[in-house]
Design a binder for this molecule. Structure first.
Ligand code: ADP
Length: 904
């Protein structure tokens, strides 16, 4: 079988022309064999230099090894990366017998490979070593020699020869084999270098292609899927991209498998076993450690450690990963996820170059993901900004509309028109009416046809304030309602088995809805509903916020409009109240002044500006008493201290929802008059009855037959009748005169009068008429001019003053009447007494009609209270003045001043 027909040392190779026997022949043969071996090595060397392909060269080398050693079989085994030595080339081996040897096994060639030293065995049957080679005996192989092939200090293979006969491979044979192995090592090294170059070129091309894919789009999900298709089958039989989610799970972005059933398996696994960041899988380990995980030879035992349970293990077994690398995607701010590469059916393995390539790919994928995310966040920020801008401009437009008019119904309709279609396809506004009624104020739909439907829907169905859905619910709770997705169940619930309405609602094709309350100062005025229909995007939380802001502004506008209407009404009312004589005061629920008309300011002396907003009891300390005494709607008259004096006020109150209105009128004058009038009744009845009683008594006595009266006695009774009649006449005269003065019906003469003469005559009469009249003295200046006046009226004035002076001096003393002329052409008439005097507080009031210091006449001094009133009226009408100077217990001086010339 050998090209060279060599049979080994035990066989015979006889050349006909040289028949040398014994040692010489052996030596010669050995020499020839060495020559041949040298020739073989030289040929191999030339072949290597001439650039034979690595596989050709391997074959040549193995054949040369067999020939050079006269062996039956020879082979070159190289590690497969998975812990086995496999035949790369063989000579003399039937195909079926070429099986791998484990690198760590107990075989001759494995040991030679491991220890990097040649190993020979003469007879496998005799040798106790190399149990891993014993099966060769069954193949009829007895002896063997193996030398390692070393490239750059690394074992790259093992060259082995086997022979069916016992051979003693000596050092010469080993030297030859080593020579061949060295040449193999050189070629393999070249081949490796070529391979590396090729692979790095391929890798670069691969990375370029991957880079192109990764930068082609910002949708990294689809990009990573495309990338997966590139990775499989070049770098993996199946490939997974896992991105770490915030929730601790992986999002499986891409899955690729060379075979469809593997891809399905992968997808099934992804569905059933949600990959978690913390876990046994290679990708979990890569992400948690931040380092590449490599399983050069993925054994079933390893598979068990990377799976979660039996079923997971079974599925993974079907997937059959044999070599796996998982590379973390290390981003700027943390690990984004992992790429998992696996070789399966192809039987390939990952070496360092593959790991580098995978890591490089991971770097590029990371950059692509980060770029995409950055862009996404930038563009979403931009979109958000644009969206925010749109919202702001919408709110601004709505705000303009809302503040433009005070007709809020019309304004709300305009706002709804603005909201559709900018923020929805359907907008309704429901307002709370009187009681708890609800009224649909506005219904707007983008599509006029649908608008009719919507209106019809509204019309058919009056709003029930107790409804558990929609605007009624929102109005009741004051809370917004946000329905991002409207489903059939909601429609059914909303229409309560009404087929017709259900059809209508379906027709409206609602998609998503927001109902917000129109709330102002805690009061819900109504509700605004916005809805999208058909294919429009559903509402988001941002839309809800917008709707709430819109509702807030709309509610404020409604409130403003309503307030304005009330204020306007109020202003008209207030305008009228400005001119009302009564003080009108409006207090709110807290008792604070909300309205204070000018009459109120006049009455209390407190200006409107000062009163508004303050509590009534802070302004008028007696207010609580007043408030207590006043009954609803029935006026009462009560004394209230105001401006330092007691005033009588007639007060009425009307309460309304948010406070009370008080009307106050100062009735002090009327009350005084009333008082005076009742005093008059008392006085007059006394003043009239006393003389009448006297007259009646005297007359009856005179008429009695049974009593015999003396002439003196009779006269006395007649005098009583006369004087009491006079007194009666005076009282009646005074009453009549006061009436005349009141009605201004009195005429006054203006004759030049000698006042001294007039005074003397009045005093003269008084002396006779008045008891104690004899105490009156007159002191008149000599140079008195004539004064133009009414003689009788003057007499009356003086008579009144004299009567009082005598009357109110019960303890006697003199009454002096003085007349003098002042340089300012005034004549002064003074009447001075030593009587009881008048308190200062009464000195003005005694001149008032019916006013008496002692109305009940307890002191026993009678009078009508009209004397001084009449006196002052007469003096005044004669162009003069009258006043009193007095001290209680020290007498009084009444001073009348009359103009001496005709000043008219
Ligand atoms: P009368 O009819 O009561 O005298 P008048 O109008 O004359 O009414 O006087 C009013 C009141 O003034 C009297 O009731 C009295 O209290 C007081 N009065 C008037 N003159 C004097 C006086 N000379 N001395 C003290 N009190 C007087």
């Amino acid at each position: 079988m050998s090209r060279y027909g060599w049979r080994g040392r035990g066989g015979a190779l006889v050349r006909a022309d040289e028949l040398t026997e014994g040692v010489e022949r052996d030596a010669l043969e050995a020499l020839r064999r060495r020559e041949r071996q040298q020739t073989l090595v030289a040929e191999l060397g030339r072949s290597a230099l001439l650039g034979a392909s690595a596989s050709e060269f391997r074959q040549q080398a193995v054949a040369a090894a067999a020939e050079g050693l006269g062996a039956d079989r020879a082979g070159l085994l190289e590690p497969d990366g998975g812990g086995a030595l496999v035949f790369r080339t063989a000579v003399g081996w039937p195909e079926g017998e070429l099986r791998p040897f484990r690198c760590d096994g107990d075989s001759l060639l494995a040991e030679a490979f491991r220890v990097q030293e040649p190993r020979v065995v003469g007879d496998l049957a005799d040798d106790g070593r190399y149990s891993g080679s014993r099966h060769l005996l069954e193949l009829g192989l007895v002896s063997a020699a193996a030398v390692p092939v070393r490239g750059e200090g690394q074992p790259v293979g093992v060259l082995v020869v086997h022979s069916g006969t016992r051979e003693a491979f000596g050092s010469d044979e080993v030297v030859f084999l080593r020579g061949v192995a060295n040449l193999v090592a050189i070629v393999v090294a070249h081949e490796r270098a070529d391979e590396l170059r090729r692979r790095s070129e391929e890798g670069l091309a691969f990375l370029a292609e991957a880079g192109h894919i990764l930068s082609s789009s910002l949708d990294y999900d689809s990009t990573l899927s495309t990338l997966a298709a590139l990775v499989v089958p070049r770098l993996a039989d199946w490939f997974i991209v896992d991105l770490a989610g915030a929730d601790g799970t992986f999002r499986r972005v891409a899955v690729a498998g060379a075979m469809p059933e593997k891809r399905e398996l992968l997808e099934q696994l992804s569905r059933e076993y949600v990959a978690t960041i913390e876990g046994p899988s290679p990708s979990s380990r890569a992400v948690t450690t931040g380092a590449t995980v490599r399983f050069a030879e993925f054994t079933p035992a390893m598979l068990r450690t990377t799976t979660k349970d039996e079923r997971h293990f079974e599925l993974m077994t079907k997937l059959d990963p044999r070599a796996v690398i998982a590379v973390p995607l290390i981003g700027r701010e943390g690990i984004l996820g992992a790429l998992t590469f696996a070789w399966s059916d192809s039987g390939r393995r990952y070496d360092d170059a593959d790991v580098h390539l995978a890591e490089e790919l991971a770097r590029r994928a990371t950059a692509a993901i980060e770029n995409a995310r950055l862009y996404r966040s930038e563009s979403s920020a931009r979109e958000l900004a644009e969206e925010a801008q749109r919202r702001l401009s919408f709110l601004a437009d709505a705000g303009d509309l809302l503040s433009a008019s005070l007709d809020y119904e019309q304004t709300l309709a305009q706002v709804a028109e603005l909201a559709v279609p900018r923020f929805g396809d359907w907008c309704t506004v429901v307002m709370v009416g009187p009681g708890r009624t609800l009224e649909r104020l506005v219904v707007v739909h983008r599509d006029p046809e649908k608008r009719r439907w919507a209106e019809a829907f509204g019309g058919q169905r009056p709003l029930d304030p107790d409804d558990e859905t929609g605007a009624p619910l929102v109005i009741r709770t004051g809370q917004p309602l946000f329905v991002p997705e409207i489903d059939e169940a909601m429609l059914l619930a909303a229409t309560v088995d009404d087929e017709e309405q259900l059809r209508t609602l379906r027709e409206l094709d609602l998609r998503s809805a927001i109902v917000v309350p129109l709330v102002v100062r805690g009061k819900t005025l109504g509700a605004l509903t916005l809805a999208t229909t058909g294919s429009r995007r559903p509402y988001t939380a941002a839309d809800l916020e917008l709707a709430q802001e819109l509702a807030r502004r709309a509610a404020q506008a409604v409130e403003n409009a309503r307030l304005f209407a009330t204020v306007e009404q109020g202003a008209r009312a207030a305008q009228a109240l400005e001119y009302v004589a009564d003080a009108v005061v409006l207090l709110d629920e807290e008792g604070c002044v909300r309205y204070w008309n000018p009459s109120a300011a006049r009455l209390t002396g407190i200006a409107e500006a000062e009163a508004l907003g303050r509590r009534a009891d802070a302004l008028i300390p007696d207010w609580p008493t007043l408030d207590q005494q006043v009954h609803e709607q029935i006026p009462v008259t009560i004394p209230v201290p105001l401006r330092g004096e007691e005033r009588w006020l007639s007060v009425s109150r009307v309460g309304f929802g948010e406070g009370s209105v008080f009307a106050l009128r100062d009735v002090s004058e009327e009350r005084l008059f009333e008082q005076a009038r009742s005093d008059l009744v008392a006085t007059a009845s006394h003043e009239l009855r006393t003389p009448l009683a006297a007259i009646y008594g005297a007359a009856r006595t005179l008429l009695r037959q049974d009593i015999d009266l003396q002439e003196g006695e009779r006269r006395l009774f007649l005098e009583v009748i006369e004087s009491e009649g006079e007194r009666l006449a005076r009282v009646i005269d005074q009453i009549l005169l006061a009436g005349q003065l009141d009605e201004n019906k009195l005429e006054f003469a203006r004759d030049p009068c000698d006042l001294a003469e007039l005074a003397a005559s009045v005093i003269e009469s008084a002396r006779h008429a008045l008891p104690g009249g004899d105490r009156i003295r007159l002191r008149a200046s000599s140079s008195l001019p004539e004064v133009p006046c009414d003689r009788d009226r003057f007499r009356q004035v003086l008579a009144n003053l004299l009567e009082n002076a005598v009357k109110y001096s019960p303890n006697g003393g003199t009454v002096e009447v003085r007349l003098r002329h002042r340089p300012d052409e005034t004549v002064v008439i003074e009447v001075e007494d030593d009587g009881i005097g008048i308190p200062v507080s009464e000195q003005e009031r005694i001149f008032e009609k019916f006013h008496r210091l002692d109305p009940a006449q307890t002191a026993g001094v009678g009078g009508t209270g009209l004397g001084l009133y009449i006196t002052r009226e007469l003096v005044t009408r004669m162009g003069g003045t009258i006043r009193v100077d007095s001290q209680v217990g020290a007498g009084s001086t009444f001073r009348v001043e009359l103009p001496a010339t005709n000043r008219a």
